[in-house]
Design a protein around this ligand. Structure first.
Ligand SMILES: [Zn+2]
Length: 116
């Protein structure tokens, strides 16, 4: 990867990190447990529970992504960024541009998904 490409991806990672952190703070509120003692009626309670579950799932996905972004930024510092952590091959720039936190190359990702 060229240093221009690396700079582009670093900027992408830092922007993503800021966006996700801001978003996480916002969803933290709706992911809080529903107070079942509150007299809000059965239907709106089910609704509130579903919304809470959705918010929790989204929050967990965002947390995982933030972890991957942080470790990608760490790898940038060490100079290992852009190498697949599984096979050591260089990850395609196209893939990193689409998802700069990707820790593995496309073939390794496909192999991982095939196992699930
Ligand atoms: Zn790989």
């Amino acid at each position: 990867m060229t240093s221009t490409e690396e700079q582009t991806l670093r900027a992408d990672l830092e922007r993503l990190r800021r966006e996700l952190t801001a978003h996480a703070a916002a969803t933290e509120q709706s992911a809080r447990p529903v107070d079942l003692d509150q007299p809000i009626g059965r239907l709106s309670r089910i609704d509130a529970l579903q919304q809470q579950q959705l918010a929790t799932a989204q929050r967990d996905a965002a947390r995982l992504r933030l972890q991957q972004i942080d470790s990608a930024l760490d790898r940038l510092e060490c100079g290992d960024y852009g190498e697949c952590i599984s096979c050591g091959e260089e990850i395609e720039f196209r893939r990193l541009k689409a998802r700069p936190e990707s820790p593995v190359c496309l073939p390794c990702q496909s192999r991982r998904e095939a196992r699930h």
